[in-house]
Design a protein around this ligand. Structure first.
Ligand SMILES: NC(=O)C1=CN([C@@H]2O[C@H](COP(=O)(O)OP(=O)(O)OC[C@H]3O[C@@H](n4cnc5c(N)ncnc54)[C@H](OP(=O)(O)O)[C@@H]3O)[C@@H](O)[C@H]2O)[C@@H](O)CC1
Ligand SMILES: Nc1ncnc2c1ncn2[C@@H]1O[C@H](COP(=O)(O)OP(=O)(O)O)[C@@H](O)[C@H]1O
Ligand SMILES: [K+]
Length: 468
């Protein structure tokens, strides 16, 4: 801001916002637009954008939460363009304000942006509620008012938007639930901040990043050089977990999958290429990475298997029952990489916290877990986050709620373990595993069972890396 004439960034933001709204309303002429206006610069962006739309024929009403402190330049521009302004909490205007929201084609949420603190105050919450009830599309300016931009938490009332037009850079709250769910479709407007932004605290891989990380065999490759992944999963009670984890592992780029446990017959019946051994992991032969935990149960053999795997000197992914059975000190003492893949309930147990608190503040909890266990942590759920100490947290941009189906996590752990065995660093293996798993969930015809996810992986692998 200090390098440019005053107001330049706001004008860039308003121009981008107006263009996006024009597209969303399929034009401006005779469209009704209502602007929920707070008293900071977020309201200023909204007012200037609305003035641009009014000049192009839209009928604009601004509902002001605090008329004395509404952005003076924005309000003047709106009035010059023929827009009208109402005061939200004066009895004379309140009815008109509610009607303007109820009858709008589009409602712009300019209540608060990155300057907001806490849930919406009552007058603002009333407007947010009215917008939600209305037929109008709701477009959030920079972010849905009431969410915490930096964390994705939603501490109280917040706007529910159909789309969010954000400026300069994505904010963590637009990418992490529960806040992300309030944002709707995202649109980033470049206002020229790029070169001045600090390193991000949160990052999301794109297709090209994932393509560059995918292991690809070369002329020199043989099955051992490609990596062998050991899978310790399944039990008499849950033989299917073994099949699903092996199914994921066979599609993760390792050269061979070694299965260790009581589910060998079921595994071989489905995947005859699997190397199986009946004894404990310590006797199973060399692997380049282990996956331990899906459907393992909790008998003595299971506990012993977890202990042996954690005692190895190769990367280990611990999931499901493995997270429950693992000796926590043993995890912390490991010198090779460890990847923990809890869902919110398992994360809560590992931190002696409440599941609801983990889901409400995913970023804080995944960061705490990575520090507490000195491990790479992939926290599953409606948003998947990957944390490692000292590195930006990664948020997985793929996925769908259809992934919440039994056994889906088993496929993810096999897949991610296979990427570890193929030589990816722990954080990359977890991010790439989540990315492909999420894409498979989007591509598979719904409703799907978890085994169909494993079957989809080669197709999404090719879509990410067409030359494989
Ligand atoms: N930075 C940049 O480069 C650019 C920034 N830009 C834009 O500026 C925005 C940030 O503007 P900002 O800093 O003026 O704060 P903003 O988000 O409008 O909120 C402050 C107001 O909210 C109020 N308020 C607070 N909490 C509340 C609550 N819970 N419920 C209700 N009200 C609450 C608070 O009231 P107060 O506490 O003062 O009474 C104050 O009036 C940013 O998001 C982007 O849109 C663009 O123009 C492009 C360049
Ligand atoms: N609401 C949701 N939206 C998107 N993905 C979800 C949702 N709920 C769960 N998932 C994903 O589905 C998978 C479920 O894994 P998990 O909880 O381990 O189930 P299971 O133990 O049955 O395999 C994870 O990859 C998780 O991120
Ligand atoms: K807003």
């Amino acid at each position: 801001m200090s390098r440019l004439p005053p107001g330049t960034l706001m004008q860039r933001a308003a121009a981008g916002l107006a263009a996006a709204c024009g597209t969303l309303m399929h034009g401006t002429y005779s469209r009704r637009l209502t602007v929920l206006t707070g008293s900071g610069d977020n309201g200023g962006d909204a007012l200037y954008a609305a003035a641009r739309l009014a000049r192009r024929g839209a009928g604009v009403t601004a509902v002001l939460l605090n008329p004395e402190r509404a952005h003076p330049g924005g309000l003047a521009a709106l009035r010059r363009a023929g827009g009208r302004a109402l005061t939200a909490d004066t009895p004379a205007d309140a009815k008109d304000a509610d009607a303007a929201i109820a009858n709008a084609h589009l409602v712009l949420d300019g209540i608060v942006g990155i300057g907001g603190t806490g849930g919406l105050r009552p007058a603002a919450a009333h407007l947010a509620h009215a917008a939600h009830q209305a037929r109008a599309s709701v477009v959030a300016v920079d972010l849905p008012s009431g969410i915490v931009a930096d964390t994705g938490e939603v501490p109280g009332e917040a706007v529910r938007a159909d789309a969010t037009v954000t400026f300069g850079t994505y904010k963590p709250g637009l990418l992490i639930d529960p806040a992300a769910e309030h944002a709707g479709a995202l649109r980033l407007i470049d206002i020229g901040l790029g070169p001045y932004l600090p390193d991000p605290e949160l990052e999301a891989l794109q297709h090209s990043d994932v393509a560059a990380l995918l292991p690809t065999p070369s002329g020199e490759s043989d099955k051992y050089r490609r990596g062998v992944v050991g899978v310790v999963a399944g039990s008499e009670r849950y033989p299917g977990a073994a099949v699903l984890a092996v199914g994921g592992a066979l599609r993760g780029g390792a050269g061979a999958v070694r299965y260790v446990g009581p589910g060998a017959a079921a595994v071989i019946a489905r995947y005859p290429e699997t190397l199986v051994s009946a004894g404990p992991p310590a006797k199973a032969g060399r692997v380049q990475a282990w996956v331990v935990g899906p459907g393992l149960g909790d008998d003595r053999a299971a506990r012993q298997a977890v202990e042996q795997v954690l005692a190895s000197d190769v990367p280990v992914l611990v999931d499901a029952d493995g997270l429950r059975l693992a000796d926590r000190e043993q995890i912390r003492r490991r010198t090779s990489p460890t990847v923990l893949t809890p869902h919110a309930g398992e994360a809560a147990a590992l931190l002696s916290a409440d599941r609801a608190d983990v889901e409400a503040a995913r970023l804080a909890h995944v960061t705490r877990l990575a520090a507490a266990y000195d491990a790479t942590v992939l926290l599953k759920g409606s948003t998947t986050l990957i944390a490692e100490q000292g590195r930006p947290v990664r948020v997985n941009p793929t996925g769908t709620a259809w992934l919440s189906t039994a056994g889906s996590g088993d496929v993810l752990s096999g897949l991610t373990g296979s990427l570890l065995a193929a030589g990816l660093a722990a954080r990359d293996a977890a991010s790439v595993g989540a990315y492909l798993h999420g894409l498979a969930g989007r591509e598979a015809p719904v409703p799907f069972g978890a085994h169909e996810l494993a079957d989809r992986i080669p197709q999404v692998w090719r879509s990410v890396h067409p030359r494989t």
